[in-house]
Design a protein around this ligand. Structure first.
Ligand code: PLP
Ligand code: TYF
Length: 394
């Protein structure tokens, strides 16, 4: 029977990661996959994670199953981190998932279960896995304009015009902060206008929050999500601990469903548990337990917060350095948006042929749409990248 299988398109980001590994050049630079790296090019285990693992190893006495929705202490800790008290706890259903991708997938499953004919509006562009999963599930997508390639900012007028086509019951997928792949983000006034439009239209927001703490800080990055959750009748929030706790391979995430009353929340909670049971039964626990241990221990939490801030500020410094170098070398402000963007990524707006030339001639790897991972740079490689961009005539 398996002869009936058809080859599926590869993930371009993961394919590029492999191509980089296979490149023998010593001075190659990897700006591909979205994984934080320090100045030495290493993705460190955060200090608080190491301490929590040590403590867990000493204190944990059982590896028996936990529960279909995961450890309630993880849910409480994540809800506080993401939503603080923007929404009463009794209005939030939550379930642990394998990473943010698991949360995104379970959110789509819940949406489809509620409305098989749903349309999900997605930003153009968005994280390719959003589109891949929705296509696989047979869910209809509608693209809304998001990125203004001239300015490198958000095409807010285009976005609002396209969201004007929303109908009651449509879902709008929004990146809570640090938009992937562009790095361009709405300001709070624009967020408020989107919330008002969604409420006007009776559309349901789904927020993908994979980079809290990587943009303007833990609180600032959660602010748009809190605004949405406190002002709409219902919404879904898919969160990931992969980046801000650096526990990528532990597969730690959480899906939250916000509603306005206890009955709806009970049904949402039962549905999240049901969906987990259909797909993998119990979600991974190790990473979730580390996260709740850190968030509930003031010393560990302070250490985690300060290391996360160091990472965030390192990326901001690299942004400013790169924008400055490009301005100096090209004599234009064309790349000034790099310093305005937030998170790990910036879409540079370079043609695919020049992206390819950067790879072939300079050993610089970025995604074909010219997305770079800022954390793939360091103080020494920023000028090399800037010079190469100017050399290929981008
Ligand atoms: N959503 C977005 C926009 C992402 O960039 C990522 C990236 O890794 C994820 C979700 C999910 O990440 P993970 O499944 O590794 O937690
Ligand atoms: O966009 C990125 O680079 C990250 C990591 O299939 C990632 O979100 C990339 C591809 C993928 C899963 C995660």
């Amino acid at each position: 029977m398996f002869e009936n299988l058809q080859a599926q398109p590869a993930d371009k980001i993961l394919a590029l990661m492999q191509a980089f590994r296979d490149d023998p050049r010593a001075d190659k630079i990897d700006l591909g996959v979205g994984v934080y790296r320090n100045a030495e090019g290493i993705t460190p285990i955060m200090r608080a994670i190491k301490s929590a693992e040590h403590r867990l190893w000493q204190e944990q006495t059982s590896k028996a199953y936990v529960g279909l929705a995961g450890d309630p202490a993880f849910a409480d800790a994540m809800i506080r981190l993401v939503l603080n008290n923007a929404v009463p706890r009794e209005n939030i259903a939550a379930a642990a998932t394998p990473g943010g991708t698991g949360a995104v997938r379970q959110a789509f499953e819940m949406i489809r279960l509620a409305n098989p004919d749903v349309r999900i509006f997605v930003s153009d562009p968005t994280w390719p896995n959003h589109l891949s999963i929705l296509k696989f599930m047979g869910v209809e997508t509608v693209a809304y304009r998001y990125f203004d390639s001239q300015s490198g900012g958000v095409d807010f007028d285009g976005m609002m015009a396209d969201l004007g086509a929303l109908r009651k019951g449509d879902v709008v997928l929004l990146h809570g902060c640090c938009h992937n792949p562009t790095g361009a983000n709405m300001n709070l006034v624009e967020w408020q206008a989107v919330i008002d439009l969604l409420n006007d239209k009776g559309a349901v927001p789904m927020i993908d929050l994979a980079y809290q703490g990587f943009g303007d800080g833990l609180e600032a990055d959660a602010k748009p999500t809190r605004m949405v959750a406190s002002q709409v009748p219902e919404c879904l929030i898919a969160t990931s601990c992969s980046k801000n706790f650096g526990i990528y391979r532990e597969r730690t995430g959480m899906l939250m469903a916000v509603s306005r009353n206890a009955d709806a929340t009970a049904l949402n909670q039962a549905t999240l548990a049901y969906l987990n049971r259909q797909d993998y039964s119990f979600p991974p626990d190790h990473g979730a337990r580390l996260v709740s241990m850190i968030l509930n221990d003031s010393a560990l939490r302070a250490d985690w917060t300060s290391e996360l801030e160091e990472m965030r500020k390192t990326m901001l410094g690299l942004r400013e350095q790169l924008a400055g170098e490009l301005q100096r070398l090209s004599g234009s402000d064309r790349f000034g948006f790099i310093a305005q963007h937030r998170g790990m990524f910036s879409r540079l707006g370079i043609d695919p042929e020049k992206v390819e030339k950067l790879r072939a001639d300079h050993g610089i790897y970025m995604i074909g749409d010219s997305r770079i991972n800022i954390a793939g740079l360091n103080r020494e490689t920023v000028p090399i990248l800037a010079q190469a961009i100017v050399d290929v005539g981008a």
